[in-house]
Design a protein around this ligand. Structure first.
Ligand SMILES: [Zn+2]
Length: 385
C-alpha cells in the first residue's frame, strides 16, 4: 500500500551554548555535512539577554523577551515572586509551541527542554521527562542529564506506533555550555564536548534511519546563545557594598535593579553612572533592539561588554569561570547555531535568522496555530513547497 500519508514529524534539538564557529569539518563533521545539505544559516540572532532561559523561551514561543516575559535566568515578578532558573512552564507569558500543539491534539514530547515541567494554563506536553519545577541552586538543573538515556528516549518516542507517536519532539543538551563556562569557548575541553555530541548524534541517526518513515522526519538543530571569553573582571562590590536596592543577577554580564521609590531609583542611577566600566539603562530607555519593556525587567539594567564580566572581588580568587554569555546579542560572540533539514526544508544557505522565527516556522510545518499574536514569523524562504 503506497497510499499511506504520514503526519509530519519535527525533532528540535538544542545544544546549550553551541557556537556556529565550533561546527567545522574537523570538530563536528556530521553536523557540518547535514547543515550543508539543508538550511545552512551562518548564524542565528539570540534575544537579549543572551542567556539560557530567555532564549529557550524565544525559540519555543516565537515571542520577543518583552512578550514572553522570561527577562533573565533570575528575575522578580510583582505577583509571583522570584524566578530563578525554574523549569515551571507557567512563567512564560506567551503560548509555547508544545502547548499550542497539545491544545490542538497534536502529540508532542519534551526531554527536559527548559520550562516544560508543571503546566502552562492547565496544558502539559503529551510526553515529558521533567525536572523539579523549583530549584534553590542554579546548578541543580544540570544534574538531570544522561546523554545516553536522552538519545534513547527520543528514539523510543520516534518508534511509537503512529497513533501514539509525537509529531513534535524537543531535546535539550547542556554540556557545551557547561564546558564553555568552565574552560572558555575555544578550549580543547569544550571542543571535545562538541565532538562527543556529533558522535552521539551519528549513532542516534543510524538507529533512526532504520525507521520506515525516517525520510518524513524534519530535524532542526539550534543553540540558545554563544559564549565569549571573559578576561577583564569588573568588581561588583562597588555596587553591592554601598547600595541596598533589590537586584537579581544570573550570568555575570548584567544586573536588573528593582525599586518602586523614585528617589532611590535616581540615587542608584546617578551613583552607577559615575563608573565607566558598565552601561546603565533606565526602563524608559532600554535599547530598542532588546525588546525588553516588561515589568519583570526592573527599573534599571546594568550591562558590560565582552571581554568584561561582573564578579565580586571577594570571590575572584576562587573563580573558575572563563566563558560568559548574557551580553547584548549584537556582539558576534553571542551568535547562536541553526541548521535544519528534512522533507519540509530546502537546501539553501542564508546569512542569519532570528530565533523568534523558529517556532512559527515549525508551527507552519506541523499546521499548529498559536492562540495569540507574536513577533516571530515563519521563514518561508527556507521551506519547500
Ligand atoms: Zn544556555
Amino acid at each position: 500500500m503506497l497510499s499511506l500519508i504520514l503526519s509530519a514529524i519535527v525533532v528540535l534539538i538544542s545544544f546549550d551554548g553551541l557556537k556556529p564557529s565550533q561546527v567545522t569539518p574537523e570538530i563536528a563533521p556530521l553536523f557540518y555535512a547535514l547543515k550543508q545539505n539543508g538550511v545552512d544559516a551562518a548564524y542565528m540572532e539570540p534575544s537579549f539577554p543572551a542567556s539560557t532561559f530567555i532564549n529557550h523561551a524565544s525559540l519555543i514561543t516565537g515571542c520577543t523577551t518583552e512578550e514572553h516575559g522570561i527577562v533573565s535566568n533570575a528575575f522578580i515578578d510583582s505577583k509571583e515572586g522570584e524566578f530563578r532558573m525554574s523549569n515551571d512552564a507557567k512563567w512564560q507569558e506567551c503560548e509555547p509551541l508544545w502547548a499550542a500543539a497539545s491544545r490542538q491534539k497534536i502529540k508532542n514530547a519534551s526531554y527536559v527542554w527548559p520550562m516544560t515541567s508543571g503546566d502552562w494554563h492547565g496544558i502539559k506536553p503529551t510526553y515529558a521527562v521533567e525536572t523539579p519545577t523549583e530549584r534553590k541552586k542554579a546548578d541543580r538543573f544540570f544534574r538531570h542529564f544522561d546523554n545516553k538515556k536522552e538519545w534513547g528516549q527520543i528514539l523510543d518516542w520516534l518508534k511509537l506506533p503512529e497513533e501514539k507517536r509525537p509529531q513534535l519532539i524537543l531535546g535539550y543538551f547542556p554540556d557545551v555550555d557547561g564546558a564553555g563556562h568552565r574552560f572558555g569557548p575555544e578550549a580543547p575541553q569544550t571542543l571535545n564536548v562538541v565532538k562527543k555530541y556529533d558522535r552521539q548524534f551519528a549513532q542516534f541517526l543510524k538507529a533512526a534511519q532504520k525507521l520506515p518513515y525516517y525520510n518524513e522526519i524534519d530535524f532542526v538543530i539550534v543553540s540558545d546563545h554563544g559564549m565569549a571569553l571573559g578576561t577583564k573582571p569588573v568588581d561588583t562590590d562597588i555596587i553591592f557594598d554601598p547600595l541596598k536596592v533589590t537586584t537579581t543577577t544570573s550570568s555575570g554580564t548584567y544586573i536588573n535593579f528593582y525599586t518602586k521609590d523614585a528617589q532611590e531609583l535616581n540615587a542608584t542611577k546617578n551613583f552607577l553612572k559615575k563608573f565607566p566600566q558598565w552601561h546603565v539603562y533606565s526602563a524608559d530607555a532600554f535599547p530598542k533592539h532588546w525588546h525588553y519593556n516588561n515589568p519583570r525587567s526592573g527599573n534599571l539594567v546594568l550591562t558590560v561588554d565582552p571581554p568584561y564580566y561582573l564578579v565580586s572581588q571577594k570571590k575572584l580568587p576562587k573563580k573558575k569561570t572563563f566563558g560568559y554569555h548574557g551580553y547584548d546579542p549584537q556582539f558576534p560572540e553571542m551568535r547562536a547555531f541553526f541548521a535544519a533539514w528534512g522533507p519540509h526544508f530546502k537546501k539553501t544557505n542564508l546569512k542569519n535568522i532570528k530565533n523568534i522565527d523558529v517556532a512559527p516556522t515549525i508551527a507552519k510545518i506541523l499546521k499548529i496555530s498559536f492562540q495569540d499574536k507574536r513577533s516571530g514569523k515563519p521563514i518561508n524562504s527556507i521551506l519547500s513547497n
